[in-house]
Design a protein around this ligand. Structure first.
Ligand code: PEP
Ligand code: MN
Length: 357
């Protein structure tokens, strides 16, 4: 894919590309007060939702089209580009009428190829930058497919936003970061600008800094962060929004990283440490191979005795035991759980293979 560099999108880009603004536009005053607080924070564009996809009916569903006028006024006031989420062709048409500077497709919409194609058709030939948020489920193909639909419609200013993935397991975050998916997306579409949205990943204001820093450590191009003039009173996502002052202080605390460095001390030491890691990985692979060999023998034994491959009680004990051991080595419960799920799946494959003792 030949995409336009973010620097040529016609928006101010400082050290990183920053989008900030309220989850939802609630009133003209709330929007203007918020953007005034953001005027000198190095923001590339003001974000604000005017059509809000809510899980349950009856929640605040956004102010609708009148919010576009207020966004246009906010742009005049602080001289910053403005953008909002679009979910259908009527939204696109209204945004074009009010000359929005940038759009994004929300997580719920990315999950639906019909909706994405309708948006791509409505955007055909437009020069506006469009970001695609990851779908709610951890499905990289749906995410890439949405980017391809926009690309095929002639758009070249396309970026992606990683906002985390919904999970049935209770975890620290509202939406699990699942970093391996955005990392894989960047490998599949190397030049694509990628923002992290730590607000929707975290769900809680106090967790945002560490996820934002982690994204910069992973070489993301920028961040989208929800900022509200009075977060406790916000009509949507109140727990995760920062005040403009909190946003400013968070941005100032972040450290921007680069992929390479030329200090000798760094180069020598990183080489040594990488050799240690390579060594450990070789051992891990050899041990896993051995473990699977034993699984194969167990499979054979179970088969001869008409015993099921899957042993629910044993699996329960393994999970609990490994999570406990993991915690003694500073390994998170989620990591150990996922690791052993993968190991267990591979062990079942080996048990099902017809091996003889
Ligand atoms: C939002 O940006 O406010 C929003 C609704 O996000 P998402 O689509 O990531 O849930
Ligand atoms: Mn939100």
């Amino acid at each position: 894919m030949e995409l336009t560099d973010m620097q040529d999108w016609g928006m101010p880009v400082n050290d990183i590309f920053l989008s900030a603004g309220p989850c939802s536009v609630e009133s003209e005053e709330q929007l203007l007060e918020t953007v005034r607080g953001l005027a000198d924070c190095g923001v590339s564009f003001i974000r604000a939702g005017i059509w809000k996809p809510r899980t349950h009916p009856g929640s605040f569903e956004g102010v609708g089209i009148k919010g576009l006028k207020w966004l246009a006024r906010a742009r005049e006031e602080v001289h910053l580009p403005v953008g909002t989420e679009v979910a259908n062709p009527e939204h696109v048409e209204a945004c074009m009428k009010y000359d929005m500077d940038v759009l994004w497709i929300g997580a719920r919409t990315t999950a639906n190829p019909f909706a994405v194609q309708a948006l791509a058709d409505a955007l055909k030939g437009a020069d506006i930058p469009v970001f695609v948020k990851n779908p709610i489920s951890p499905d990289i193909e749906l995410w890439i497919g949405a980017v391809e639909r926009l690309y095929n419609a002639g758009l070249r200013k396309i970026g992606v936003i990683h906002r985390g993935f919904s999970t049935s397991r209770k975890v620290l975050y509202r939406n699990a970061p699942n970093w391996k998916i955005p990392i894989e997306l960047k490998r599949r579409i190397p030049g694509i600008p990628m923002l992290c949205d730590p607000s929707h990943i975290c769900g809680k204001a106090e967790l945002i800094f560490s996820i934002a820093q982690e994204a910069l450590d992973l070489l993301y191009d920028g961040l989208m962060i929800e900022v509200h003039i009075n977060p406790p009173k916000a009509l949507s996502d109140s727990g995760q929004q920062l005040t403009p002052e909190e946003f400013r202080s968070l941005i100032n605390r972040l450290t921007i990283k680069s992929e390479t460095g030329d200090s000798n001390e760094y180069r020598t030491r990183i080489k040594e440490l990488r050799m240690e890691v390579d060594n450990i990985d070789e051992h891990l692979i050899a041990l896993l191979g051995k473990r699977m060999e034993i699984a194969g023998k167990m499979g054979d034994l179970k088969r001869r005795n008409n015993i099921s491959t899957y042993q629910p009680q044993r699996w329960k004990e393994i999970i609990a035991g490994r999570i406990a051991s993991g915690s003694e080595h500073d390994l998170s419960e989620e990591f150990v759980f996922q690791l052993f799920q993968v190991i267990h799946e591979e062990a079942i494959r080996h048990q099902e293979e017809d091996k003889k003792e």
